[in-house]
Design a protein around this ligand. Sequence first.
Ligand code: G3I
Length: 454
Amino acid sequence: MRSTKRLRAGLILAAAGAIAATFAMILSSSATAGTTLGGSAAEKGRYFGAAVGTYKFGDNTYMTVLNREFNSLVPENEMKWDATEPQQGRFNFSAGDRIVSHARSRGMSVRGHTLLWHAQQPGWAQGLSGGDLRNAAINHVTQTAAHFRGQIYAWDVVNEAFADGGSGGRRDSNLQRTGNDWIEAAFRAARNADPGAKLCYNDYNTDGINAKSTGIYNMVRDFKSRGVPIDCVGLQSHLGTGIDSSYQANLQRFADLGVDVQITELDVMQGGNQANIYATVARSCLAVSRCTGITVWGVRDCDSWRGSDNALLFDCAGNKKPAYDAVLRELNQGNPIPTTPNTSPRTTPPTTPPTIGPGGCTATVSVNQWNGGFVANVRVTAGSSAINGWRVTLALPSGATVTGAWSANRSGNTGTVQWTNVDYNGRAAAGQSTEFGFQATGTAGVLNPFCAAS
Ligand code: G3I
């Protein structure tokens, strides 16, 4: 009897201990979750990040706020073309690596910013044009994305390529003058170099439904319809004293195209409305299930490119501003991302693996030729049965030499060149298509690709 009592008492004590431990765990995780930007965003399946500069890494106040509040980082300048390839073909990733390594050591994700942009190009690239610039740009995308392969959550592959004003068209730039397909060529090269990173198009003055955001919307819709690999759209959100009433509707219309949206460079001019505007942005993101995270463009007001606008969430001493409280409140009240994660089509495994049938495959090619070089996109289409892999043979005219490719393995670079699928694009259901591409010097002429299922 006594031993039964002792056993019962022991069990009760053990159970109480377990409950206390669980409670303590819940308390500590909810304390972090409810009281920091990153912790609260994570509770909702999202990230809350900041743009950082390595030149501030020795500043204790800065590092304390950074490490406590954020669960994602983006280099403000360290991954740009002028920083990473100061001389043609000579790469320097050391400052970017430092940010990646700091983030990884603290379990933060990293956004990569930016592979191609009309600004902050190294002097040597500013002096190039035509095929030389296109080749250099695609090489830059390939080398940079390959260096950081596996470490970047999302890349701003192309930044700010659309014009301001009412045209809804592209901005003139040396890159745009290499041909309208420069953006899709960059996305294909990035996918090839780092298939795991989400690939984003990023721009400003897109914080509502307007001519510029509609131009980008049309490009994304076109990319999705043609299989150009794009996964997300970044809305910078450098805001003044107001916010467009269609802010959330704009996020939603991009999400409805089948891409994620991210607020990538948020800052808001200080004034009567700063806290409300920050809150509206956070609330809008949390209301859109494909809005996966928010990044503010700096840590404290004094770290910001906007100087006296005092546009950030912390004052120069590292104190939380009213806008901080407003954002945290929205993060804690908002909707979590639904438990079924959004997956882009490329990562969705087919429910029944296709089997090789007698239907074979066909290939068609479209070429963008410029003086001295061209980019070719090859579309492989399965015949009347599904295929598990493919091989395309293509005879190039004399004088044409392949200099780079994406989404295919290659043997040879002149004469008859053979291309085979990479691991993620070998399978296609009957009648379905996949694409690969390459870049070459010389003249394409008429290309007749031959496809065989393997
Ligand atoms: O590092 C040099 C320093 O050695 C030199 O003494 C100093 C003299 O001016 O310049 C320093 O470089 C500056 C760099 O920021 C680092 O502070 C550049 O001059 C300056 O042009 C550069 O500005 C950056 C700007 O992009 C360049 O266009 C800002 O920090 C950065 O916040 C800003 O970020 C952009 C995004 O990439 C794209 N969207 C808009 C956003 C704001 O403009």
